[in-house]
Design a protein around this ligand. Structure first.
Ligand code: SAM
Ligand code: SF4
Length: 356
């Protein structure tokens, strides 16, 4: 029997549209551009203790708790997705370490049987013992976001009271407890932190970790993005090369979509650049996203959302219903982003509500 596939085109109160479900054996989650989904990004909260300027407005309103997926709903969806070929899960948000039962959730997701479980965090809240507990529960990789090494600028950027020193301490603690690799993400915004590109590259050498510099994307809830503020991956690499000779490495799935470089002098640490704006990697995208309120966003830039929570909360929802819904939403995955087109429409959700 056909079920309705509620779609919210851009505005959350737009009229849902009923679609034909995908029925019969599904096998893998394959989109209409022949891409297969292997990675599921799960936003487990939209709440955050930071208000990063490129992500979240200071006067943001968070989702109601009742609208958030429960842990058992998250695990159920992940289990079905894994049965359809998903191999890697990433927890994100908002700030995932604010999730009250994070350790148990990590354990339950790892126990599904997957190749990789990772998390992206602002690294301001976790103690070493908490990191060790996450590691013991099954967390493999840890990505930390840090865009400035200067305390005053860090405060300005994150609109928080945390310091870069605290974040670096957390990176070291994560390395000690065996999270591997531990990476640092830095969004480079022209006129804001582009004068720290070389300092961030030096940090990669000092910590022996990957620092990945990300092009600023038009996903900020304050809608202040402007192409003029984007520091391109080419420019980032050129600036680093002025101080540290670096050489490109062959891509592997764990570093994708970053282009990764090593230091030519053999120093530990690596540099990654994520050229989402100037060199989109959409053709190789293997990701699907679930927001904290249970919407499927097949692309970071989707202006359509697919209401999986409505399906999940039907009293007789079966795993087949979830699978058919995931498959139908995957089929609607767009070929790529259209940032450079005149018709580009930013999703209503900021990055914190999508799950970066
Ligand atoms: N709170 C966690 C953190 O900051 O790591 C996880 C969620 S955050 C939304 C995930 C990633 O998205 C972070 O690395 C952040 O830097 C990145 N991000 C947020 N807004 C962005 C934007 N407009 N352009 C590029 N990256 C962005
Ligand atoms: Fe919070 Fe991460 Fe967004 Fe910063 S980037 S406001 S830490 S969700």
């Amino acid at each position: 029997m056909p079920y309705s596939l509620p779609i919210f085109e851009a505005k959350a109160n737009a009229t849902p549209i009923a679609l034909e479900p995908v029925t019969g054996p599904i096998g893998e989650l394959r989109d209409s551009h022949e891409r297969v989904i292997r990675d599921l990004r799960i936003s487990i909260t939209d709440r955050c203790n930071f208000r990063c300027v490129y992500c979240m407005d200071p006067d943001v309103r968070f989702m109601r708790k009742v609208d958030l997926l429960t842990d058992s709903e998250i695990v159920r969806v992940a289990r079905v997705a894994v049965s359809l070929g998903v191999r890697r899960l990433r927890l994100t948000g908002g700030e995932p370490t604010l999730h009250p039962t994070l350790r148990e959730l990590i354990r339950d997701l790892w126990n599904i049987g997957i190749d990789d479980l990772s998390m992206t965090s602002n690294a301001s809240l976790s103690s070493e013992s908490e990191l060790a507990a996450y590691r013991a529960a099954g967390l493999q990789r840890f990505t930390v976001s840090m865009d400035s090494l200067r305390p005053d600028r860090f405060t300005q950027l994150t609109r928080s009271s945390t310091t870069p020193e605290r974040v670096v301490q957390t990176v070291r603690a994560a390395q000690r407890v065996g999270l591997d690799p531990v990476r640092i993400n830095a969004v480079i915004v022209r006129g804001f932190n582009d004068d720290e590109i070389v300092d961030l590259a030096r940090l990669a050498r000092e910590l022996g970790t990957d620092v990945r510099m990300i092009e600023y994307m038009p996903l900020d809830s304050g809608r202040q993005w402007d192409m003029k503020k984007v520091v391109t991956a080419d420019e980032i690499i050129a600036r680093i090369k002025e101080s540290f000779p670096i050489e490109p490495l062959v891509r592997d799935h764990t570093s994708s979509p970053a282009s990764v470089y090593r230091f030519a002098d053999g120093s530990p640490g690596r540099i990654g650049v994520i050229a989402s704006v100037t060199r989109p990697f959409c053709g190789a995208c293997s990701r699907l996203r679930i927001t904290a309120d249970g919407k499927i966003m097949p692309c970071l830039f989707s202006t359509s959302e697919y209401d999986l929570r409505a399906v999940l909360r039907q009293p007789d929802c079966s795993d087949e219903d979830i699978a058919g819904f995931l498959a139908a939403a995957t089929l609607r995955k767009q070929a790529g982003h259209t940032i450079h087109s005149e018709d580009y429409r930013q999703p209503d959700r900021g990055m914190f509500a999508i799950g970066g």
